[in-house]
Each structure stands twice: as C-alpha cells, then as structure tokens.
Ligand binder design. Structure first.
Ligand code: ADP
Length: 307
C-alpha cells in the first residue's frame, strides 16, 4: 500500500458535564486527506483546499503530529499529504484535531500499523499543542477511536472507548463568529466549589451509565455542566435561547461544543434531531449571524479509509 485517502471526522469535546474529559465524533462532517509515500524524507504538504493554513509542515498540525510519530520510530520515511478542509479552524468542532488524527492514522497505516490507537492519540496531541498551546486529548481521542471517548488520565495516557446508543443523533450549529480558545479558557475559575464538583461528577457517572445501558432519560438528566458553561455561554450570542429552543424541540440536552462558538444538542432519533436543527436555525436567523447547521449520527468508527 503506497497511498490512502481518508475521512477524519469533526468532533464535539466536553459534552456538557464531561468538561476536558469527554468527546464524540460526528459522521457527516469532516476533512478528507490523501497521503502517499514519497522518496523525500519527512512530511511534505502538497495542497490545502478549503482554508488558508500553513503549507510548511512544521507549522501545520498535520506535520506536528506526523513528525511526532516518525520521530518515535526514528524513521527515514517520507510522505506527501493533500488536505481538503471542510471544518473551519476555530469552529469548536475539532478542526485541528481532525487534521492531526488523520495524519497519524494514515502514516501509521502506510507504515504497517506499528502503533495502537492510544499511541496515535499521544502523537496527535502534538498537533493540538501546536494549535492551542496545550497537548489536549479529548478531540483527537474521539476522532481516532470514534463514538464517545473518555480521557480518564493523561499520565499515563488512558483513553476509554464508550458505547454509542444506536438511536443517538447530534445537531450542531456553527455560528460564523470567532471565539478564541485562549479567551474562553481565561474565563474559567481556577477552583470549583465542592457542591458544583459533586453535581458534575454525578452527571459524568450518569452519562456514562446511560451510554452503556442506552437509557436516553438518564443521558438527558445527566447532560448538565456546572463548571464551564455558566461562565462561557456569554461568548456565544443567543446561547441561552438556542438551548431553550432545542430542549423544547425534544433534545436530550444541549451545550457548548469544545470552547465554542459551536453549540451541540443530542437527540433520540433522526426526526427529533432535525426538529432541533429547525428550531435553533430560527433563533440564529433572528439574531442575524451567519451559521451552518449539521445533523449527524454519531460516528462509531473514527478516522476511516475512503480509498
Ligand atoms: P477548533 O476549535 O476547530 O478545534 P482550534 O482552535 O483547535 O480549532 O485550531 C485551530 C488553530 O490551529 C488555528 O490557529 C489554525 O491556524 C491552526 N492549524 C494549523 N494547522 C491546522 C490544520 N491542518 N487544521 C486546522 N487548524 C490548523
């Protein structure tokens, strides 16, 4: 095998109560990448479509993640990479994570799969370090494993792949505004009142149990965030209204995707997810900010080979 084309999914991190530890992958939105072996040592980005991003490999998360893998093998291999970006950077649905995860997945495959998925997460995290200054694992884990993932620990890195209830659908609205991850992080307090922490870990346990038992009511009761959302919601115009309307349209829960500006809702069944999409679309039409809305099944496979 000398060349593969892959789909690298967009991902929703945090998932309300799972701030910085939970994520899930989307099925209908993601980047495509073409990776082929080359005689020239290292990583060469030959083309980027859809976004204005650095072609220089070391300045692109594709290169940062890919070189982390090649360095671990002390490899002389060479790869040419074409990127077709469908996920806008800074969207809050894992644009950089999709590129980083896609890069390490494809290079690993072309090298005969020397690494397992958790090891690939470690390399992809170097892409996240380049994108936002911190080697976070929640988006890249979901992109590589698919479905819902839990980052139980960083040291040692322990990624837990969780089951996906069969009728679970996501609705995502991406307002065309920029929310800087750094600004969003700054709003967070350094400490959490014990009473909020107790509610938060009760909900994380409830959500994970609900995913295992396909208990949609329990999933719904657990999709609350007492830590990040109350302080971050101010950065997203219309967030409270979007949340109210999506819940009245039948969503199980609704929250900020990553650090925003995207907002996600989870629903039981495609029809309800589409009703939620219609409801939140109306909110944004009235606000007058451009937006994209996506309805997607949860992607249970993660990065996948297209050809
Ligand atoms: P998102 O919130 O959608 O995950 P991030 O804020 O994590 O987006 O990452 C976007 C940052 O990473 C931008 O500064 C962008 O220039 C940089 N970047 C470098 N390479 C890439 C790439 N291949 N895809 C996306 N973003 C990249």
């Amino acid at each position: 095998m000398n060349q593969i084309k892959i789909f690298a999914p967009a991902t929703v991190a945090n998932v309300s109560c799972g701030f910085d530890v939970l994520g899930f992958a989307l099925d209908t939105i993601g980047d495509e990448m073409c990776i082929r072996k080359s005689d020239k040592k290292g990583i060469t980005i030959t083309k980027i479509e859809g976004c204005n991003l650095p072609l220089e490999a070391k300045k692109n998360v594709v290169g940062a993640a890919g070189y982390a893998l090649l360095d671990a093998l002390d490899s002389d291999a060479g790869f040419e990479i074409e990127i077709c970006k469908n996920i806008k950077p800074g969207s809050g649905i894992g644009s950089s994570a999709a590129s980083a995860a896609g890069s390490v997945f494809a290079i690993n495959k072309l090298l005969g799969a020397p690494f397992n998925k958790t090891e690939l997460v470690r390399f992809a995290m170097e892409g996240e370090r380049l994108a936002c200054g911190a080697a976070i694992a929640d988006n890249v884990s979901a992109a590589l494993f698919g479905g819902f993932t839990l980052v139980r620990s960083y040291n040692p890195l322990d990624i837990v792949s969780l089951p996906t209830p069969s009728e679970l659908y996501a609705t995502v609205i991406h307002p065309q505004i920029e929310v800087k991850t750094a600004a969003s992080r700054k709003l967070l307090k350094a400490t959490v009142p014990l009473k909020d922490a107790i509610k938060q870990w009760g909900n994380v346990g409830g959500l994970i149990s609900g995913l295992y038992t396909e208990d949609y009511d329990l999933i719904s009761r657990s999709l609350h965030d007492y830590i990040a959302e109350p302080v971050r919601a101010v950065l997203i115009p219309g967030f409270d209204k979007v949340k109210r309307e999506s819940l009245s349209a039948g969503a199980l829960g609704c929250g900020i995707s990553g650090s925003g500006p995207s907002i996600f809702a989870l629903s039981k069944g495609l029809e309800r997810a589409q009703n939620v999409a219609n409801a939140i679309q109306k909110v944004y039409q009235n606000i007058g900010i451009d937006f994209y809305v996506y309805v997607s099944k949860i992607n249970t496979q993660g990065v996948k080979i297209i050809s």
